[in-house]
Ligand binder design. Structure first.
Ligand SMILES: CC(C)(COP(=O)(O)OP(=O)(O)OC[C@H]1O[C@@H](n2cnc3c(N)ncnc32)[C@H](O)[C@@H]1OP(=O)(O)O)[C@@H](O)C(=O)NCCC(=O)NCCS
Length: 181
């Protein structure tokens, strides 16, 4: 029996209410919440409300939350596109189980969600933000080809926003998208 290839091992699917516990289990890992959720482990109610809100968004809007599944592991990561106060813009947030960091998987996950939105919705601008100390997140933004947008102030301190526009979206080197529904 041949092993499944890396390319077919992972897939992104829209988050549903059955993902609340899986998402919560990820979100309460200190390495994950350190720069997210204002630096504190979120409670289950907060996660449930966020998943419920995302699950209610229409496909046509391009907004929503996608869960990264592996063949033997459910919910190892998550990428979300949320409303951003600019016409035809969205904010992207993302997290990945630390046991999968450093394999380029987060970059492919986030790129897949953004590329889908650029291709299949009105969204033409995606913004991402990170605390200045969140080197991994800032590196991921640059890997996607995002450009510095502005300095911002978060509850944990100073941060940066980066932006990617449909017309100049082209990660170099190219990133292979993951299967997505
Ligand atoms: C941000 C996060 C998803 C990145 O995951 P990852 O598995 O390290 O990302 P990737 O392997 O896809 O790496 C993407 C790029 O960032 C670089 N990178 C990753 N971690 C880095 C670090 N700590 N320092 C410098 N560069 C880093 C990689 O080298 C890669 O660039 P390259 O292709 O040019 O080599 C992960 O650290 C995470 O889940 N953090 C907690 C949640 C969070 O902070 N989310 C962001 C807030 S919205």
């Amino acid at each position: 029996m041949s092993m499944p290839s890396y390319a077919t091992t992972w897939r992104l699917r829209r988050a549903g209410l059955s993902d609340v516990d899986g998402f919560h289990a990820l979100a309460v890992k200190p390495l994950v919440y350190r720069y997210l959720f204002d630096g504190a482990a979120p409670d289950r109610e907060y996660v449930a409300a966020r998943v419920t809100q995302s699950a209610g968004r229409s496909r046509e809007s391009g907004l929503g939350m996608w869960v990264l599944d592996g063949l033997s592991a459910g919910c190892v990561g998550c990428a979300e596109l949320r409303p951003y106060p600019l016409a035809d813009a969205a904010e992207v947030t993302y997290l990945l189980d630390p046991s999968h960091w450093g394999q380029g998987l987060a970059a492919r996950m986030v790129w897949t969600v953004i590329a889908r939105a650029f291709h299949a919705s009105r969204i033409d601008t995606v913004v991402a933000g990170a605390d200045v100390a969140n080197a991994a997140s800032l590196a991921l933004m640059r890997r996607l080809g995002m450009r510095f947008h502005r300095e911002v102030r978060y509850p944990l301190g100073a941060g940066f926003e980066y932006v990617l526009r449909r017309r100049d979206s082209c990660p170099m080197p190219a990133l292979a998208p993951l299967p997505i529904d």
